[in-house]
Ligand binder design. Structure first.
Ligand SMILES: Cc1cc2nc3c(=O)[nH]c(=O)nc-3n(C[C@H](O)[C@H](O)[C@H](O)COP(=O)(O)O)c2cc1C
Length: 215
């Protein structure tokens, strides 16, 4: 099967770095920041893209990319529609997994955490910083709902643009941020012969334990 041949041709040898416990910062958010900076410096495409995985009420997992828009000691914030499928999943089970795939530097970071909404003030401030077209799009798109045809969205955009003509676009009440407060991080560095380095930070009784796990 030609498709299969193409996949086996893609076999990679991971040989750009190692992960030693002594090289890791005690604070996993600072460690994430160091790896993010490294990904940026190495021209990784969209290093701020992360997969957010949620679980629906039937136990089905759902994963999709979003852009991380804030990282600090409280966690990892992203912005979305509060009436979207992902929002429904987060409101019913306030836990998520995040995945950063920095493949050109043979790294991934996995995070698991609890989820809360970003404050209205913080969401307002971020919304105000967005380009006007994105602000109008946030109002116009009933994210994750069925739409009959693209023209429905185009009409909605035109209506919103007209409604806010000559004034600032305010944040829709159904749009804002979620923040994932991590309880676990895993830093993965690809190594030759699939003997990859994996170091996991686990939040246990008030501090981060760092442990090595098998590839
Ligand atoms: C690189 C990339 C970045 C994205 N960033 C966001 C984002 O920040 N917020 C968002 O709501 N959707 C974002 N999306 C779209 C989502 O992947 C998804 O299609 C949308 O949020 C609807 O998901 P849901 O129906 O599971 O709620 C992004 C998609 C890609 C490919």
């Amino acid at each position: 099967m030609s498709n299969y041949d193409a996949l086996s041709d893609l076999r990679m040898e991971y040989d750009v770095g190692t992960l030693r416990r002594e090289d890791m910062l005690d604070d996993p958010v600072a460690q994430w920041q160091a790896w993010f900076d490294h990904a940026m410096a190495n021209d990784v495409y969209e290093p701020n893209a992360m997969v957010v995985a949620t679980v629906d009420e039937g136990g089905w997992p759902h994963a999709r990319n979003v852009l991380v828009k804030g990282v600090d000691e409280r966690g990892f914030a992203f912005y979305t529609n509060y009436e979207s499928a992902k929002a429904a999943e987060l409101e019913s089970a306030a836990k998520a997994s995040l995945l950063f795939s920095w493949l050109p530097v043979h790294r991934q970071v996995r995070i698991v955490g609890t989820v809360t909404r970003v404050s209205a003030e913080e969401s307002d401030a971020y919304f105000a910083s967005r380009p006007r077209g994105s602000q109008i799009g946030a109002w116009a798109s009933p994210q994750s709902d069925l739409i009959a045809e693209p023209a429905v969205l185009e009409r909605a955009v035109a209506e919103v643009a007209q409604r806010f003509e000559g004034q600032d676009v305010t944040r829709p009440p159904f749009w804002g941020g979620y923040r994932v407060a991590p309880v676990m991080f895993e830093f993965w560095q690809g190594r030759p012969s699939r003997l990859h380095d994996r170091l996991r930070y686990v939040w246990r009784s008030g501090s981060w334990d760092i442990e090595r796990i098998a590839p």
